[in-house]
Design a protein around this ligand. Sequence first.
Ligand code: C2E
Ligand code: SIN
Ligand code: SIN
Ligand code: FE
Ligand code: FE
Length: 415
Amino acid sequence: MNDSSDLFKKYNERFNEIVKLSNELNIIQDFDILLEKILISARRIVNADAGTIYIKEGNDLIFRHTQNQTLQNRLPKGKKLPYNFFRIPINKKSLSGYCAETGKVLNIPDVYKIPKNTPYHFNDDFDKVSRYKTISILTVPLKTNVNEICGVLQIINAKNENSEIIEFSKDDEPFIIHFANTASLVLERAQMTRILLMRMIQMAELRDPKETGAHVNRVASYAVEIYEHWARRRNIDEREIEKNRDMLRMAAMLHDVGKIAIPDTILKKPGKLDTDEYEIMKKHTYMGAKLFYDQHSNFDEIAKIVVLNHHENWDGTGYPGHIDFLTGDPLIKDNNGNAKPKKGEEIPIFGRIVAIADVYDALSSKRVYKDAWNENDVYNEIVKLRAKKFDPEIVDIFFDCIDEFKAINNRYKEE
Ligand code: C2E
Ligand code: SIN
Ligand code: SIN
Ligand code: FE
Ligand code: FE
């Protein structure tokens, strides 16, 4: 056994510690799906026609989930309501803003008959645009267990047995408060997940100081930009795009998280790696993927895909290929008994996207082992690698996104 293998064993042990820690991530469930279910249950229990969950972001409330049976019924079967994100500032002027600022429950029998002397008003823009008639609204704060407000649950138009709109009764309030508490728990858990993820990203950066936060942010932003173009070309539902975008951003930030398993002597080597060293370096793909092995959420799945597949090549010359990512053993072998590299659409789309984002950034940046390339050389290289290293369609999309990439580069400059 040579030196690098011994060192690798040592790092492997440390790495297993991190694997244990990161298993905590696997208790998470998909955040949006949970909120959606909570909203459905809350509406069902008080027989409400519509409902919205707002999430606090800075000094605003973001309209995150909305359901409306009446509007839904006007759409062809299977079609979803248009999904618009909008913000309401947190202040006493709106119902939801008032609720978020004061923490009070607002039970309004008829929003068009709110007395003039109250601080809050009903904004009828949504009714006008959608030709919907809002009448009764019950608005409840989402509070964390330290009593911080993290959002608002709003239930709209209670109905009686004859489907006539009625007001929410005082007895409805405790039920809705119960669902608001559940939603708060989900939100807190998702926030904790984010904090854990950011910690993992930082750990990876500490190991590889040349790959700064700026690099990680740029790769993630390029990847999201490319994904959006790719998804729009396929008419993928906006809601689906929105959901994947967040998760892809996080996953792309973690693409090289497996480098925490690579010894410093290799990772920080100022010159070219020899064959043995490069073989060890290649393990950063499946070593990283192990962190997400116990897939319980969409996020785990996307992170695993990105980490495992970001060095596969379109023409089947990349790595690690068809392997069992828990053991590193080949699942499909080539003629030499090594794992057969994945090829073309065998490589998941998120892997194909992060591959180009990563190389674009690696070529444009200085590394311990290389200088930064100039812009034209980078573009020429990417053209050269079209249909070789990279999915040809992704290369075409890449060149449609150059302006956006430049904006991203300005935003995340090297410290
Ligand atoms: P990285 O620095 O993030 O590079 C990511 C990928 O960008 C590389 O994957 C490669 O496809 C591309 N790339 C980077 N620099 C160049 C270049 O000068 N020319 C070309 N044609 N492509 C380039 P790859 O090769 O699988 O490497 C994975 C990781 O292994 C690299 O991540 C880096 O951390 C490490 N690495 C690769 N080669 C060397 C080396 O010669 N010395 C050292 N110290 N590390 C290396
Ligand atoms: C999760 O909680 O599943 C990850 C975070 C998110 O989906 O926003
Ligand atoms: C609010 O004021 O809480 C939002 C409801 C609306 O104005 O449509
Ligand atoms: Fe990598
Ligand atoms: Fe990288």
